[in-house]
Ligand binder design. Sequence first.
Ligand code: URA
Length: 310
Amino acid sequence: MTNPRTSASPDQSAPDNRLALTPIQRAWLAEIGVGSDVLAVFRRPDRPTAEPPQSELQPTQRPQSVQATFRSAPPVRAPQPAPEQPKPAPAKQPTVVSIDDLPATPEGLHEYALQCQACELHEQRHHAVPGAGDVQQPQWLVVGEAPGSADDRVGRPFQGKPGELLRAMLAAAGLQASLWQADEAPQPPGVKPVTMFFTNVVKCRPLGNRPPSDDHIAACSALLHAQIQQLQPAHVLVVGRLAAQALLNTQTPLEELRGRVHQFAAPDGRTLPLVVTWHPATLLVHPHRKAQAWEDLALVRNLTQEAGKG
Ligand code: URA
């Protein structure tokens, strides 16, 4: 006799072709509301251990892997605005002093410049470079742009290649600086030294060989004018556009400023002959401009000779 219960049950040996659902898939489907009657249609994959029916699973009883999935899955969030970038610190405003606030002697000015913190250039300098040369009414005040790295290292102006070129050209034009540095080669016989003081519109090196900014120039302006007032040079030679435009208070291009003698109104009320020429660093890069530089230096020599006659 056959047992009706056993004969009514599915044949255990027949292959089960129903789609299989893993416990995780069942848990997901239960989570989104698929009923147990539907889940029962799917086959369970063969498992080494029995699992409770998925319909009995409470959310807190989800298999560990499912809970881990829910815990670790990142929540879907609305796109967030990009985090605000930190704003660059506002540029530090330079301290602009007046000539009357500065020391009254060249030595005092020198010391003042060494300590100066009027603009941010003092933060990165090795040495401030106030200037070097004759401080007693020099025949020429030579004004450059700003110290370079070689100048910054030793605290003296025009030490690097541009400085070497400038002094060599001055000497070749018959303008041998009388006082430069102790180890200077002896002057050739017959060359009458010319008293000169070398300085820059900005006394500290701008980083990365950048040109000084208007703020740097403004912060150093009183110092330069105090130097002119105290040194009382007979003439001024300005090398480079920035220095020329700063001293002559103009935006005129260098091409139009060079090649003639300007009259510079000194702070003490005197009028000084002033010559503009190419910066020696420009001449190193554009040697074809040297012809114009020689013309300018010829003006310098003529002015020196004329003053010597008087
Ligand atoms: N060194 C200086 O002192 N000034 C310049 O303008 C360039 C180099």
